[in-house]
Design a protein around this ligand. Structure first.
Ligand code: SIN
Ligand code: FE2
Length: 215
């Protein structure tokens, strides 16, 4: 980790957020021309939907998935499912360019062995938000989370191991990638209400891809 922090200190596009957590500014920009068409074909096979939490709340963020498993929620709980409950079919495969981006970002952040099998796709319209939570439905917490931001900018809140810990706020823009793992793998994080705006390629929305090793 010391080596990683030394490297980060020399590169202004890398920001250390906590031990094990790094913000890689613009890391996805060189491959956006591959990512956006792949995303379109994934959501053609598994359309965005607003899922319901176990408490009966309809999420403001619309979601889809690709990979061997997808994160889902309904009245019976949160889980990873190999099939899309809307279509009854397996989720679309993880596009090769998604996998390459996620593993490269993880490697850059000090996790050279990351092999994601799930990618949750979040779509935020203006006003949509994701309250503070931990990503803890995955089987292996030794593997990091890799999160890719596309479209409208958002504020990302990154806290600590307890919900009541203070949060730091990061402005995430199109192409930014956040990786968290190791000591910060279970840190609370969230996205407050997305501000309205217009992004030159995605229009009035933000898309976030989070890669996980779930199964
Ligand atoms: C998530 O926590 O699943 C998404 C975070 C984000 O949209 O940046
Ligand atoms: Fe999350």
């Amino acid at each position: 980790m010391t080596d990683l922090f030394a490297k980060l200190a020399l590169d202004p596009s890398r920001e250390a957020m906590a031990e094990g957590a790094v913000l890689l500014r613009g890391f996805a920009l060189p491959v956006e021309d591959q990512i956006l068409p792949a995303l379109r074909s994934v959501v053609a096979g598994a359309p965005f939907r607003h899922m319901v939490t176990p408490g009966g709340y309809t999420m403001s963020v619309a979601m889809s998935n690709c990979g061997a498993a997808g994160w889902v929620t309904d009245r019976s709980g949160y889980r990873y499912d190999r099939k899309d409950p809307e279509t009854g079919r397996p989720w679309p495969a993880l596009p090769q360019c998604f996998l390459a981006l996620a593993t490269a970002a993880a490697g850059e952040a000090g996790y050279p062995h990351f092999r994601p099998d799930a990618c949750l796709i979040n779509r935020y319209a203006p006003g949509a938000r994701l309250s503070l939570h931990q990503d803890k439905d995955e089987r292996d917490f030794l593997q990091p989370i890799v999160s890719v931001s596309l479209g409208l900018p958002a504020t990302f809140q990154f806290g600590g191991p307890n919900r009541s810990d203070p949060v730091r706020k990061y402005a995430l823009r199109h192409g930014d990638v956040v990786v968290w793992g190791g000591p910060s793998r279970l840190f609370f994080h969230g996205v407050p209400e997305l501000k309205d705006g217009h992004h030159e390629t995605l229009g009035r929305m933000r898309i976030n891809l989070t890669f996980r090793s779930a199964l």
